[in-house]
Design a protein around this ligand. Structure first.
Ligand SMILES: [Zn+2]
Ligand SMILES: [Zn+2]
Length: 250
């Protein structure tokens, strides 16, 4: 579904969100759980494009719900996988996606833990030649190599699990293993100082405008980072209101 000019969400990718950026070529932001590849390719054909046009696969971070199909999509399309070094592991002359040392390290090849070679390691300030320029913002915290991708032309921020939205408001992630609270706090403050409009987060519904302001409002109103304790306490209320279970309560 095209949610903003040239930006699609992939309706068949469940649980987490993957986005397709349409320009001269195509770029995918994250690749969902394993077994999503077929549906991603199907969607590309549905909008009248070819899977071979997918030139880049941008990885916001190496959690399994975001990279489960990355290797398969890259193999089927020839897309270059782009990620930050801190969510990868060196392998010979190259690097592959890595979270807490588990990916590609298990003795049995499970699809969930398939090794994904990274073609390009990116860092803060790099600008990728996609859709008029996509800037890399290194936002460690959720994972060491979490990055946000800012499409400068439209002011759309692909925020991975660094910020979520329900389509109206924004929220933050609860801590997972590998989380660094101080780094996360600093990354959120840096993001709030940037100029962006839409937030295309790794879960929930995209927020179409006013993103930076809404993030600042959240940081002003609730300066303390969310905890699991709050998360578990909020579950009954959220079930009652049919609200999302990703991130803090909003
Ligand atoms: Zn994550
Ligand atoms: Zn996630």
């Amino acid at each position: 579904m095209e949610i903003l000019p040239g930006i699609h969400t992939l309706p068949s990718v469940k649980w987490s969100r993957a986005y397709l950026i349409e320009g001269d070529t195509l770029a995918l932001v994250d690749a969902g759980l394993p077994w999503s590849a077929r549906n991603i390719l199907k969607y590309i054909r549905k909008i009248g494009r070819e899977p071979e046009e997918l030139s880049h696969l941008l990885v916001t971070h190496a959690h399994p719900d975001h990279i489960g199909s990355a290797s398969s999509v890259a193999k089927k399309t020839g897309a270059r996988v782009i990620a930050h070094r801190a969510d990868t592991k060196r392998r010979g002359n190259g690097a592959s996606l890595n979270y807490m040392g588990v990916f590609g390290s298990l003795p049995v090849p499970l699809p969930f833990f398939e090794r994904t070679p990274v073609a390009t390691l990116v860092d803060e300030g790099d600008v990728l030649p996609i859709a008029g320029g996509i800037r890399v913002i290194h936002t460690p915290g959720h994972t060491p190599g979490s990055v946000c991708f800012l499409e400068e032309g439209t002011g759309s921020l692909f925020s991975g699990d660094t910020i979520f939205s329900d389509g109206e408001r924004v929220s933050r992630s609860v801590p997972f293993p590998g989380y660094d609270a101080e780094a996360y706090r600093t990354s959120l403050a840096r993001l709030a100082a940037l100029d962006f409009d839409a937030i295309c987060g790794g879960h929930g519904a995209p927020l179409k405008s006013g993103g930076a302001g809404k993030l600042q409002e959240l940081l002003d109103a609730r300066p303390e980072l969310p905890t699991w304790r709050q998360f578990f306490r909020s579950i009954p209320r959220r079930i009652k209101k049919s609200q999302s279970m990703t991130g803090e309560e909003i």
